[in-house]
Ligand binder design. Structure first.
Ligand SMILES: [Zn+2]
Length: 340
């Protein structure tokens, strides 16, 4: 371990763009599989490790679907959520906004109220047992269209669990223009939820503009193609609209050809508030600590620079002001105590 990776490993962090099912690590999948012995997911640890070795995007989808298939009962949801918090705590994540797609589970037969109880049970237990504060972003899976948007907005607004802070939009961008989801975002925003759609991951800057103007995005998931439009970069910088950057994910999904070509340095150069996140970490063979190490390499950062990235995430989060002040102070103390 280099000094900088040791610094990152012990650095208190906030994670703002990480998916619920996409966070199921081999350890968690093994636990879920043991609850459902009829699954096709390999059970012995070696085969499971092989199953989790990232090959390409098609394999990621296969892996993702097989995990979705293991989530059949409220107890699976509770277990998954609680165990994700354990994995986050090990990386010194103190606060995470987890992107949850309730529609996927409800469509598969888990009653919506039971779903909400399961995530809330896990949230309370995770804070008590691991000291990790979890918050939810309910996101619309775009590929399921407007009925899924309607259902997600209904659950967010009518069943609103205490941990819910934001409303999102994931899934494919091509063929699913952001603007058609406007009524659902209007409804969520009117209920006091923050708007955090994915945009500009696989399509151009026009999609990011649409997310800002149509969906009233306060933060943008990925925003990778923003660098193609200097006026957009200037707008993001001027209005301090943060981007949730997930470098390894962008290479895995081929949104970016290689890490060396990642636009993160251009975003920083333009003065945009960037945050570093992990997206679907075990499925892309990464974790948040590795994403910070990747960002440090791309940006040529030392410990102070990495701490500044961690502070960005706190600033961009929907944590309350006292919570932000506490976490920022923890980051500062970690930096101050670091030799050299
Ligand atoms: Zn995502």
């Amino acid at each position: 371990m280099t000094d900088l990776t040791a610094f990152i490993a012990a650095l208190p962090k906030a994670e703002l763009h990480v998916h619920h099912v996409g966070s199921a690590s081999p350890r968690i999948v093994a636990e879920l599989a043991s609850r459902h012995p009829d699954t096709a997911v390999p059970k012995d640890p070696e085969a499971l490790a092989e199953f989790f070795t990232f090959r390409d995007f098609a394999h990621f989808i296969e892996l993702y679907i097989s995990v979705v298939d293991l989530i059949r009962e409220p107890e699976d949801i509770r277990l998954l959520t609680y165990e994700i918090a354990r994995d986050l705590a090990r990386q010194q994540v103190r606060y995470a906004e987890l992107t949850v797609t309730p529609h996927t589970s409800v469509k598969r037969g888990i009653p919506d109220v039971a779903f909400m109880e399961a995530i809330e049970d896990a949230r309370t237990a995770a804070e008590r047992d691991f000291g990790v504060v979890l918050r939810w972003c309910f996101d619309i899976p775009s590929e399921l269209g407007l009925p899924a948007a309607e259902e997600t907005a209904r659950m967010a607004c009518e069943l609103r669990p205490d941990g819910l802070v934001s409303f999102g939009l994931g899934g494919p961008e091509t063929g699913w223009p952001r603007g058609q989801f406007k009524p659902y975002f209007d409804r969520a925003v009117a209920e006091g939820l923050h708007s955090v759609p994915h945009a500009g991951e696989t399509t151009g800057p026009r999609t990011i503009w649409d997310a800002l103007t149509e969906l009233r995005a306060e933060r943008v998931g990925h925003g990778t193609s923003a660098v193609e439009d200097p006026r957009l970069l200037a707008h993001l910088a001027e209005h301090r609209i943060p981007l949730e950057v997930c470098p390894t994910s962008n290479v895995a999904t081929k949104a970016v050809p290689s890490l060396a070509e990642h636009p993160l340095p251009a975003m920083v150069e333009a003065g945009v508030l960037v945050t570093i996140n992990s997206d679907d970490p075990p499925m892309f063979g990464t974790d948040l600590n590795n994403e910070y190490a990747v960002a440090a390499r791309l940006l040529g950062l030392d410990a102070a620079g990495v701490a500044a990235l961690a502070r960005n995430a706190v600033e961009a989060s929907f944590l309350d002001e006292p919570g932000k002040a506490r976490l920022t102070a923890e980051i500062d103390a970690h930096l101050a105590a670091w030799p050299g």
